[in-house]
Ligand binder design. Structure first.
Ligand code: FES
Ligand code: FES
Length: 135
């Protein structure tokens, strides 16, 4: 049995920012080859490059839901440049830690963020190159 922190349980039971933004400024659609799960992150970014809204949808496990939920909270209010520096360790840390078998689920959140920012910047999302790296 994996040990989940209270924060993980909270975000799993009452995830924040579930859904999809209409006419998003950037969309990140990623999937994990290791577990077959998927995550879609949509961002609303204002004219000053500030992320004013973020929503997610996932077919993922409890850790993916909690990671996505806390990720939307972390990045809201950040500039795109700041958000681009958020790592999957930051996500896990904001949850008070994840079991190490579940760290890859936070990687999926990080990949979705990277893809959404690339989409916003008009770049080819990194997923186009292939696969999410799950350790
Ligand atoms: Fe599939 Fe966590 S997202 S195991
Ligand atoms: Fe679940 Fe990597 S195996 S996200």
């Amino acid at each position: 049995m994996w040990e989940y922190t209270d924060k993980v349980q909270q975000h799993f039971l009452e995830p924040k920012n579930v859904g999809e933004i209409e006419n998003p400024s950037g969309t990140g659609d990623v999937g994990s080859l290791a577990c077959g799960d998927a995550l879609k992150l949509t961002l609303k970014i204002d004219e000053n490059d500030i992320i004013v809204d973020a929503k997610f949808k996932t077919f993922g496990c409890a850790s993916a839901i909690a990671s996505s939920s806390v990720l939307t909270e972390i990045i809201k209010g950040m500039s795109v440049d700041e958000a681009a520096k958020v790592t999957n360790e930051d996500i896990a840390e904001a949850l008070g830690g994840l079991p190490k078998e579940k760290m890859h689920c936070s990687v999926m959140g990080r990949e979705a963020l990277e893809a959404a920012i690339a989409d916003y910047r008009g770049l080819v999302p990194p997923m186009a190159e292939g696969e999410l790296v799950c350790e």
